[in-house]
Design a protein around this ligand. Structure first.
Ligand code: SME
Length: 161
């Protein structure tokens, strides 16, 4: 797939422009997923899971890639671990991650970052998969934190959670 990656600062700037004037998370997350999928190299899936705190689960949100599992319990898989412990999780080899949920058998590495609402609560996660092993470095994690921060402040999370 042809991509157009000009660095994470530029990616965050493009996202800021895309979300400006819109507070609803649905269109903003949809455009963010498309931006990631068509900007980053060697990405097989990019998207979001939204917190359903009452159910203790994450539910599938806007994404780009193959169809994925719909609900993930907090604490399960890479996404549920990131949500439950409120921390970014970078996995160089998903086959060695205890409890990894294989939505796509071709995925080999993954990064998941929690997204926070205004009160600091986890409102969802950003999840990116790659068919390459060790695709995501510390630099990617830093850059994606910057990307996630744009979304956190651009959206009224109460509209969907
Ligand atoms: N691999 C994830 C599940 C979601 S898919 O990658 C889209 C996990 O272990 O939580």
């Amino acid at each position: 797939m042809e991509t157009d990656f000009c660095g994470y600062d530029m990616l965050a700037a493009k996202l800021s422009s895309l979300v400006s004037g819109e507070r609803n998370p649905l269109p903003n997350l949809s455009n963010a997923a498309a931006l990631l999928r068509y900007s980053l190299t060697d990405i097989s899936w990019a998207g979001f899971y939204i917190s359903d705190a009452a159910a203790g689960e994450l539910i599938l949100g806007p994404f780009q890639g193959k169809p994925a599992c719909i609900r993930i319990k907090y604490g399960r898989g890479v996404c549920g671990t990131a949500a439950a412990y409120n921390k970014a999780v970078r996995v160089d080899n998903v086959h060695e991650f205890e409890g990894h949920i294989a939505c796509d058998a071709e995925s080999n590495s993954e990064i998941v970052l929690p997204l926070h609402g205004a009160g600091g609560n986890v409102v969802g996660v950003l999840d990116i998969d790659s068919t390459k092993f060790s695709r995501f470095s510390e630099d990617d994690e830093r850059g994606l934190l910057e990307f996630a921060a744009v979304l956190e402040s651009a959206c009224d999370w109460g509209m969907i959670s």
